[in-house]
Design a binder for this molecule. Structure first.
Ligand SMILES: Nc1ncnc2c1ncn2[C@@H]1O[C@H](COP(=O)(O)OP(=O)(O)OP(=O)(O)O)[C@@H](O)[C@H]1O
Length: 238
């Protein structure tokens, strides 16, 4: 059973059609990159998958649970890092974790233990009592990843989480999520950065709301560079 199955999904805002008959899947344990230029529809698709909007057409299932008909079990196995940071800047790291844990039904004790594990793995365990406002952008992103993993989801969606980070900060996040993926986590990683893609990743290229290509990344660039293939599929958009 797929971690994520998006079947024939269309959506728009007013008269503007933003997604047209999108089909894609994320297989268990895979690192799947959702690649598209600015405005392709990546964030809109993620908003539909996370239940923020209802798709006008089509069906979305997370580990077999329809996000429309069966949202609680669907969302219980999902962790999300949104493109726009959502930490409360005036609360401490610990308070942000506690709030998120309670939303997922974790006891304060469980939350403390889980937060210690996830923050520690990302090297921010010593900043738990600091206000988020006092952390650099890179450290805030690490806290967001740790928070998304608090309830031990089987499927993680990351929407352009490395935007604005320096090279070392981007690499640290990417390496961390890739290592979790090797341990069994299913990942959907939305980006427009070609250098975040590995040849062994599954790739979904989205452009102007349509899926233009799916397959293993090494196959799209077998006879040319990934950049040339991407520019070709997106008509030069980047
Ligand atoms: N709430 C909204 N109301 C109206 N239009 C919207 C809304 N959200 C997105 N759009 C439009 O939908 C299109 C797709 O936007 P979306 O943010 O999903 O793309 P994206 O691939 O995530 O782009 P980026 O990489 O720039 O974040 C754009 O034309 C955008 O202006």
């Amino acid at each position: 059973m797929s971690a994520l199955a998006v079947d024939n999904v269309s959506h728009g805002f007013g008269a503007q059609q933003v997604l047209s008959r999108v089909n894609l899947s994320v297989e268990p344990g895979s690192f799947t990159v959702l690649l598209g230029p600015n405005g392709a529809g990546k964030t809109t698709l993620i908003s539909l998958v996370t239940g923020l909007y209802n798709a006008r057409h089509g069906d979305i299932r997370i580990f077999g649970h329809s996000i429309r008909r069966d949202p609680l079990p669907a969302l219980a196995s999902l962790g999300v890092v949104f493109q726009m940071p959502t930490l409360d800047l005036d609360m401490s790291v610990e308070q942000n974790m506690t709030y998120h844990g309670s939303l997922h039904g974790l006891s304060p004790r469980e939350t403390r233990e889980r937060a210690g594990v996830e923050l520690g793995r990302l090297g921010v365990g010593d900043r738990r009592s600091d206000k988020v406002r006092a952390l650099s952008g890179g450290l805030r992103r690490r806290v967001e990843i740790a928070r998304a993993l608090l309830h031990q989801p089987k499927f993680l969606i990351v929407d352009e989480a490395t935007a604005g980070l320096d090279v070392a900060g981007r690499q640290l996040l990417l390496d961390h999520v890739r290592s979790l993926c090797r341990a069994g986590l299913s990942v959907l990683w939305a980006t427009h950065m070609l250098d975040e893609i590995d040849a062994s990743d599954q790739l979904v290229v989205l452009h102007q709301g349509k899926v233009r290509w799916t397959g293993q990344a090494r196959a799209i660039a077998s006879d040319r560079t990934l950049e040339a293939a991407f520019l070709d599929l997106t008509g030069g958009a980047s």
